[in-house]
Design a protein around this ligand. Sequence first.
Ligand code: ZN
Length: 252
Amino acid sequence: MDVFWSVYIGVVGLILGSFFNVVGLRVPKGESVISPRSRCSSCRTTLQAIDLIPVLSYLMIGGKCRTCKARVSCFYPIIESLTAVLYLAAWFYWGLSWQMLAALLLISLLVIIIVSDISTMLIPDKILIVFTMPILLIRMTTAPLDPWWNAWAGAALGFVLLLVLAIISKGGMGGGDIKLFALLGLFFGWQGLLLTFFLAVFLGAVIGGVGLLVGKVQRGVPMPFGPFIAAGSIITLFSGDNLLTWYSGFFS
Ligand SMILES: [Zn+2]
């Protein structure tokens, strides 16, 4: 049974990951996620069903368009695999439960944000709105935080913290970041929100610093912050309780 569920959740992760690629690339540009069908970005040939199997198509065509032989970005299969791995991790960690469903919702949101922020430097309102309702519902009913008001405390803290930063940094943080952190606070509560924020800033500073040193990042050119927020959120999701217990151990 476990093998069945592992395969099932892995395959669902791959298929949804493929869909999240489309959502993350199209929604910020105001395009429909259903039509037109995906095309080669180089020769504009409409992709056939055989080209749309997550990861496998990429491997079968050797990372090149079947028509024009232009290289296909390895970004797509990476996002598909990432989604599948994180879905499986949620299943191993929580088993079939409301907690797992909450985790899947958050993972889905984060994957879309990674794609949209890397491709367009935007975190679209539409995406945040679509995910706010189910996350709010699940936190207020079947998978509440302890105490129940912690979700509201987290949302308020996330909003205020990022708003203050946006004002201080004079636009270094966008409106999308403020709304996203309010939503993350709703999901994690105020302690998890602070941890996520710290991890995102820390990872952004370290990787941005290394990027500057090796010349991959240029001074003054903005770097998408979404992937670091996503990484911080994933660490908090899977090990936040342990990290917070470890940290508070220093003060007791
Ligand atoms: Zn092509």
